[in-house]
Design a protein around this ligand. Sequence first.
Ligand code: KG4
Ligand code: ZN
Length: 330
Amino acid sequence: MKILGIETSCDETAAAVVEDGARILSNQIASQVEIHARYGGIVPEVASRQHLLSIIPILKQAMAEAETTWSDLSAIAVTTGPGLAGSLLVGVNAAKAIALARGLPLTGVNHLEGHIYANWLGDSSRGASPTFPLLCLIVSGGHSDLLLMKGHGDYVLLGRTRDDAAGEAFDKAARILGLGYPGGPAIEQAARKGNAASIQLPRAWLRGISDFSFSGVQTALLRMVEKGLVSTKPDGAASFQEAVVDVLVTKTVAVAKELRVKQVLLVGGVAANKLLRQQLIQNSPIPVLVPEPVLCTDNAAMIAACGYYRFKAGKIDGLDLDVIPSLKLG
Ligand code: KG4
Ligand code: ZN
C-alpha cells in the first residue's frame, strides 16, 4: 500500500511516498528557514504564501523520487493540525484536490501523532520495532508532551509543558545568547565548544506531576547574561542545553519505570539533539527508540506512516476534511 503524505503545518513544505507504513520511497522537504531567519522566527502569513509556491514542485519531486505514478497510490494522508491555520490549509487543500481528481481515499493526521510514527519508518535492520505499551516523549517547537501509547491510535496524556515547549525554549535561549535562528541546532553547535558546568541554571522539577516548565530556566539565563555572568556564548549554550536535557531525561525515565512500559519513544524536532538522545538512552533502563535526526524534525514520511495505520483502522475522512490549528493528542 503506497501512501502519499503531505505536511505543511509550520514552515516546512513536505511530501513523501511510504510503502506499508514503513518503507520510505521518497521524502522531500522544502525548508523556509532562510526566509524566516531574518525575522528571528516564523511569520505565519509569509509561511502560508511560501507553502503555496512550494507545494506543487514538492509533490512532483516526491512522486518522481519514488518513481510512482498517481495510479500507483493507494491513499493520501495529510496533516490537519496542530499548526498554523494558513499553512495547514495549503496541505489539506492540495490533498483534497488530489483525492478528488484521482478518486483516492483521504485521512487527516494529527501532526504530533505523525512525530510518534516516525519510529515505524525504516526497515527491520534498524533494530527493535515499537512494542506496546510505550511511553512517548514529544519535544517540538510547540509541545513537550509525555503520553502513554497503549496501542495504535490509543493515547493517554500524562504530562505537558506548563509554559514554553522545549523547542521554543531552545529558540528563545539562542536569541538571548545572540546565536541566531533556529535556536535548537544553533545551541547544540555552540555547546560543543562550551563548558556546561560554567554556570548553574535552575531546573523546574514540578515534583509529583509529569508536567514540564521551561520559562524559569530562560529567565535565569537572561538575568545571568544581563549581569555579565555568562563568559562565552558556548558556555551559556552548553549550560542551557544540559539544564533542559536533565529535566526531560529525569522525568521521562521516572515515568517510564513507574508505568513499566516496554519502550520509550523520543520524538519531535528536539529529539534531533545529540545530548538528549545520548542521555535518555544511557539513563533509561527501558529501551529507547529514536528516529534518525532527519525524521525527528518535520517531514511528510511520518505523516504517511501514521496515515497507513489510520487507514488500516478504517479511519477515512471525506472531502469536508478541515484544518484544526489547536488539535490535541490524548
Ligand atoms: O518538530 P519540529 O521540527 O517542528 C514543530 O513541530 O514544532 O520542531 C522544531 C523545534 C524547534 O524549536 C527547533 O529549535 C528544535 O525543534 N530543534 C532542536 C534541534 N533541532 C531542532 N532543538 C535542539 N537541538 C536540535 N538539534
Ligand atoms: Zn513537528
